[in-house]
Design a protein around this ligand. Structure first.
Ligand code: GRF
Length: 205
């Protein structure tokens, strides 16, 4: 039997996307194995979710290091030791340096809750809400050294209707994330992603 596609998930918070991946890999909807959770917050609920699911975690305190490169070298060793095929950022609230970005070019992805390049950075759902756009959505993109600037892999639009509130919009965005993100990871697992500069295509198999 071919070995399963190996993913590591980086997360700093609630971990509802992390949980989706746990559920999707356990049910077989996603043919992949989560081999590691990386978190910069020991008290984050996502760490507990990993424990409950029996998934290894590597938790570090950024304040204990002089610079980002120092802890990223340790993370890189953890990833290499586990032969990670794809790094999946899911609410990981730190910018990455070239230590990780260069090692995982084309093999590291992030999900952002807006239609990039609109509303990058923090509180994207709220930014879109405050701006008053009629359509927002979600973006899965490759990770480069910038803030939400990597090449776009997939997007899904979410409408903002008159009857919406910020809370109902957040719910719709999170529901869309849970559909799209595992789907994109399955494309990687099946070797369907081709990257040419900023043009990413999904090959039909
Ligand atoms: C998600 O909305 C994602 O788009 C953003 O951070 C949030 C993480 O939520 N990058 P959770 O920790 O997965 O619940």
């Amino acid at each position: 039997m071919a070995s399963l596609f190996r993913i590591a998930i980086f997360a700093s918070g609630q971990g509802s996307n992390f949980q989706t991946f746990v559920d999707a890999t356990q049910s077989g909807r996603l043919e992949a194995e989560i081999v590691l959770l990386v978190s910069d917050k020991a008290k984050a609920p996502v760490v507990e979710r990993a424990q409950r699911a029996g998934i290894d975690s590597y938790v570090f305190d950024p304040k204990a290091y002089a610079k980002r490169e120092d802890y990223e070298l340790e993370i890189a060793a953890e990833l290499e030791r586990r032969q990670v095929d794809l790094v999946v950022l899911a609410g990981y609230m730190r910018l990455l340096t070239s230590v990780l970005v260069d090692r995982y070019t084309g093999r590291m992805i992030n999900i952002h809750p807006s239609l990039l390049p609109a509303f990058p950075g923090k509180d994207a759902i709220e930014q879109a809400w405050e701006y008053g756009v009629k359509t927002t959505g979600i973006t899965v993109h490759l990770v480069d050294g910038g803030m939400d600037t990597g090449a776009v892999i997939a997007q899904k639009a979410v409408e903002i209707r008159n009857e919406d509130s910020l809370e109902s919009l957040e719910e719709k965005i999170h529901a869309a994330e849970k559909e799209l993100y595992p789907q994109v990871v399955s494309w990687f697992a099946k070797g369907m992603i081709r990257v040419e500069g900023r043009k990413v295509s999904v090959l039909q198999k």
